[in-house]
Design a protein around this ligand. Structure first.
Ligand code: NAP
Length: 251
């Protein structure tokens, strides 16, 4: 059974791996045996150190993923260093909050560019490499707002709804080529991204009351789902959006 989840010899490119959910996923994949290419705009020094403690190779790649211009140089640099990409985790993402009537074009473009446009072109660049090799696993990080509307986050909701649709489209095109594309929809996870919600007493109470598990998630809670979707255990899972949300969507 352990072999089903074994990632020994695999190389995983994880974006936004310096902190939060990306770090949780990188450490879980490394724990299952994968080497880690950590990519982001801030140094992933802590993540690289922790992966190395687990006995795996890790390298940090600087990439500002707000622009598609960063995509091909990043994929080329990872291939130069590791020789292959077996797993791509599109985790890097941002959020901007304002009432819909006040929402600015700048906040629309910033979120859509990072969360959706760059995500697609990273799938494309890594996907070409995976298709040529006849295998690969892509995991996109979606959101509860892939399924729900939310409030005061119009570009985030649009981006994450788009991530859900793209995940299914790419699965349809690439499943027969040996490349699996799936997504994880995290629930409320305690990270920088949700710091404003955690510190708002009223919103924090409302959120906690609705989570059947009775607690915020931890980045490590996402790791198991990532290992599942990155490993042979999920070989017949295609275009799925796996909620890891303490039961939020079941409420
Ligand atoms: P986080 O702690 O804010 O981490 C976001 C990561 O994305 C950071 O590594 C950040 O780098 C990176 N990033 C942002 N913009 C970037 C850019 N232009 N170029 C390169 N890297 C960039 O938030 P998180 O909660 O772990 O979020 C990770 C993913 O999960 C996001 O896609 C988010 O939408 C999604 N998500 C989170 C939750 C939640 O409750 N936390 C729920 C659902 C979905 P810096 O450190 O340099 O900013």
């Amino acid at each position: 059974m352990a072999r089903l989840f074994d990632l020994s010899g695999k190389v995983a490119l994880v974006t936004g791996a310096n902190t939060g959910i990306g770090q949780g996923i990188a450490l879980a994949l490394a724990g299952a045996g994968a080497d880690i290419a950590a990519a982001g705009r801030s140094p992933a020094t802590e993540t690289v150190g922790k992966v190395e403690v687990l006995g795996r190779k890790a390298a940090d790649f600087t990439a500002d993923l707000s622009s598609v211009a960063a995509v091909q140089p990043l994929v080329d640099a990872v291939l130069d260093e590791f020789g292959r990409i077996d797993i791509l985790v599109n985790n890097a993402g941002i959020i901007r909050r304002a009432d819909a009537v006040d929402f600015t074009e700048a906040d629309w473009d910033a979120v859509i560019d990072t969360n959706l446009k760059t995500l697609f072109f990273l799938c494309q660049a890594a996907g070409r490499h995976m298709i040529a090799r006849g295998s690969g696993k892509i995991i996109n990080i979606a959101s509860l707002l892939t399924f729900q509307g939310g409030i005061r986050v119009p570009s985030y909701t649009a981006s994450k709804s788009g991530v859900g649709g793209l995940t299914k489209l790419l699965a349809n095109e690439w499943a027969a080529k040996g490349v699996q594309v799936n997504a994880i929809a995290p629930g409320y996870i305690a990270t920088n991204n949700t710091a404003a919600l955690q510190s708002d007493e009223t919103r924090n109470r409302q959120i906690m009351e609705r989570i059947p598990a009775g607690r915020w998630g931890d980045p490590a809670d996402i790791g198991g789902a990532a290992v599942f979707l990155a490993s042979a255990a999920s070989d017949y899972v295609q275009g799925h959006i796996l909620a890891v949300d303490g039961g939020w969507l079941a409420r």
